[in-house]
Ligand binder design. Structure first.
Ligand SMILES: C[S@@+](CC[C@H](N)C(=O)[O-])C[C@H]1O[C@@H](n2cnc3c(N)ncnc32)[C@H](O)[C@@H]1O
Length: 299
């Protein structure tokens, strides 16, 4: 294609609608989101980018995506970059999502760890893309189901996400009662109360909240955490990253896991690359870090 044709094409609308959205605009937004969050947007996502960001253009009264791109690329655009990120991330989650992980946590991961905690050991779990909090609360509820006085020991869950809005919601711990139904009934009755008289929303009890620290953190930027973690949940987030970013992440998780530490990943995710040698499968999408000696034996 000639340079002139390419330039002409890149100025044409790629998604019809209220605001002019060109191929150039899409590439600029895709590059920025890759830089900030590691998220890999393929061309087929252009309509999704349009529909999610059109709301932002309306809100801040811009008329073209070119203006929007200029804003988010500028120094003054720092706040809007946050809105853009929040609009483009997918936050779908549920209490006890992929329940086999919580069963494994309860029956295999936690028993030795909680025995150590009772001897004074430090136990750390990490929900590394925690969205609105259902995942770390499910982890905390699982701990409380086997150790109701968990707060008396040095047991903590770090819950992080890149999206500040979901972190704020997670901290509040208020959920539609219908969403909490996925939690086992005994835990629901014990650790949730009505947020108001209507009972349509439930609030998580402080005994659960006190086990969790919520913080913003991007998985694709340097981490302000060192571990070691005894178990890490990294579920349904790396699917948005390209292969290279995923592989770098698996290695970093191996580095911050304690010996024999557990890694739980999403149902459509796979560990690939050199980090494969650092993990042994413990069932569907559940892994344990191999000690260096075990890894050598297997190799
Ligand atoms: C689909 S939700 C998964 C929530 C939960 N882990 C689960 O499986 O139910 C994906 C989450 O990953 C977060 N996310 C996307 N990119 C991220 C990054 N670079 N660092 C940290 N979190 C990120 C999004 O904000 C979103 O809340």
């Amino acid at each position: 294609m000639s340079e002139q044709r390419r330039r002409h094409k890149s100025k044409q609308a790629i998604t019809p609608g209220e605001f002019l959205f060109t191929e150039d605009d899409f590439h600029q937004i895709a590059a920025l989101i890759k830089e900030v969050a590691g998220i890999h947007l393929v061309a087929a996502k252009a309509p999704l980018v349009y529909s999610r960001l059109a709301k932002r253009l309306r809100a801040i009264k811009l008329t073209t995506f070119a203006e929007y791109c200029a804003l988010v690329a500028s120094e003054e655009g720092v706040e809007e970059r946050g809105h853009m990120l929040n609009a483009l991330t997918t936050n779908v989650t549920r209490f006890f999502r992929e329940p086999h992980h919580f069963e494994m946590l309860k029956t295999r991961t936690l028993p030795p760890l909680l025995a150590q905690a009772k001897q004074g050991a430090r136990i750390r779990l990490w929900s590394s893309a925690c969205s609105t909090g259902e995942e770390p609360y499910s982890m905390a509820l699982t701990i409380l189901s086997v150790l109701p006085d968990a707060a008396s020991y040095d047991i903590k869950i770090l819950a992080t996400d890149i999206d500040q809005n979901v972190i704020a919601k997670a901290k509040r711990g208020v959920y539609a009662a219908s969403n909490v139904e996925a939690a086992p009934v005994d835990l629901r009755n014990k650790y949730f109360s009505k947020a108001d008289a209507s009972g349509t929303e439930l609030v998580v009890d402080d005994r659960v909240k006190s086990l969790i620290t919520f913080r913003p953190l991007s998985l694709t930027k340097p981490w302000p955490v060192k571990g070691p973690f005894d178990a890490i949940f990294c579920r349904n987030v790396v699917i948005y990253f390209d292969r290279e970013t995923q592989q770098a992440l698996w290695r970093k998780f191996a580095d911050v896991l304690s010996p024999d530490g557990w890694l739980f990943i999403g149902h459509s995710e796979r560990i690939t690359g050199v980090a494969q040698d650092s993990f042994a499968s413990e069932g569907f999408t559940a892994f344990r870090k191999l000690s260096a000696a075990d890894a050598r034996k297997i190799a």
